[in-house]
Design a protein around this ligand. Sequence first.
Ligand code: ATP
Ligand code: MG
Length: 559
Amino acid sequence: MPQTRSQAQATINFPKKKLSRALNKTKTSSDTKLQPTNVQAIPSSGVKSLPLSPRKRLGDDNLCNTPHLSPCSPPKQGKKENSPPRSHTPKGRRLVFDNQLTVKSPSKREQARIHQNKILPSVQKDQEIITNSEQKCPMEKDSARLRLFKQEGTCYRQAKVVLNTAVPDRLPAREKEMDVIRNFLREHICGKKAGSLYLSGAPGTGKTACLSRILQDLKKEVKGFKTIMLNCMSLRKAQAVFPAIAQEICQEEVSRLAGKDMMKKLEKHMTTEKGPMIVLVLDEMDQLDTKGQDVLYTLFEWPWLSNSRLVLIGIANTLDLTDRILPRLEAREKCKPQLLNFPPYTRNQIATILQDRLNQVSGDQVLDNAAIQFCARKVSAVSGDVRKALDVCRRAIEIVESDVKSQTILKPLSECKSSSESLVPKRVGLTHISQVISEVDGNRMTLGREGAQDSFPLQQKILVCSLLLLTRQLKIKEVTLGKLYEAYSNVCRKQQMAAVDQSECLSLSGLLESRGILGLKKNKETRFTKVSLKIDEKEIEHALKDRALIGNILATGLS
Ligand code: ATP
Ligand code: MG
């Protein structure tokens, strides 16, 4: 997260006309006598000049990569309604001006701070930054205590944080499915009864998240069980699942045993009377689907060995995976796993999930209701994959954030009806969601069109270039996120820029995926997520619109 504020601190005259227009908009009464005259820069925090590190450039002062106007920004009318006027001042400057209006009362600000403390830690940090910057604003000499609120866009960061795709604390719209899983686990763990459950459903329907949430919660409630979670995508071949399980379940030496010996040891370990119940979760289980289905068959038989302590949970997209091995399992009726299907999320469910996430941020909502509904409708019509809905929203927020950041807005705090109002300079609307969806639908090169604005944050550009360098060097189309992160860190080092951490790198990759620039094949272990370029090498320069930077990175290379 960006930590540093802008260093550009010039004295600039603020265009009166535009400002008063904006003020009249928020407060129609003519008693607003805002006459900004001296627009001053906030004194720098002591450091005269700092290198333009990517973090800074990515942060609220990173305006180098943000457009004056988003290419598909809402129609003018909407824009006027939603957004404050544009400043003619150079980008990135924080401005202060004087007039007769008084500052917002400290108690209100204090209240806002208390209010904000309800949200996530990273969100709190952002809030701190704003509060600090507010405190640094110089007061006017002749008592006209006046302040400008720079539209910092903190609300956008907060919203992006809550719209993440990690395992959430609660999963609305999956209450029934979670009940089934919870009851199954309680019954089998507490009753010391082996068994198996198979969860199926399309991507992004909450299978992994529901199970992970339940297991995390259950650990606090029920003692005496061991959990092993394996993502079968990380296995080289189906048979590799056995050594992987052996490594987790027993001592290392078992995993060194070959073939039958290992299987015997494993079975013995699972059937010895003493020991905790073993919950074995095999995510992306369809990866174990071999010609004779012998691997799957063996696994589903394990819970039925006498004295077995194994509770097997398989997760996959394929609905009929168990059907295909069932003919063989039919012979032994009790070996059949319990089945649970996760249907794609409906429009209402997606809207509920998005709304639930956004409710975690106090204050005014960044996405308007029409945007949420539109996103939910579009995603449910195609896949019902809530991961996509979250990505689309984050990307739409990024577009608006980028647009707002390119404007330095002057607004007296007293003009704001409430603290929360001041935190949302411009809302994400239906048009932004539509823009993102059309980008993903193949219109992605819109950003690269002649005259289109450059809205790629610097870190994303570096990431794309790093991927290009890596795929060229390794002569492969797909690399793991771990390798990409290494290359990216290397590029950042060479460019003398700070790198984001690996999880943020994944999040940036998600944003690039939602733009149709990258392809991601996720893996439970982040570093094994496969990343590929979805656009032509030649298109990259055009799409990123930064010939100088790309040229430099590509010329410097990786080694
Ligand atoms: P895949 O088949 O691709 O592995 P999946 O069904 O396992 O997909 P998840 O990984 O569980 O999908 O879901 C992706 C993310 O979407 C979750 O990590 C979570 O952030 C979000 N998500 C899914 N369902 C819900 C929900 N009901 N409420 C809130 N967030 C959800
Ligand atoms: Mg999953």
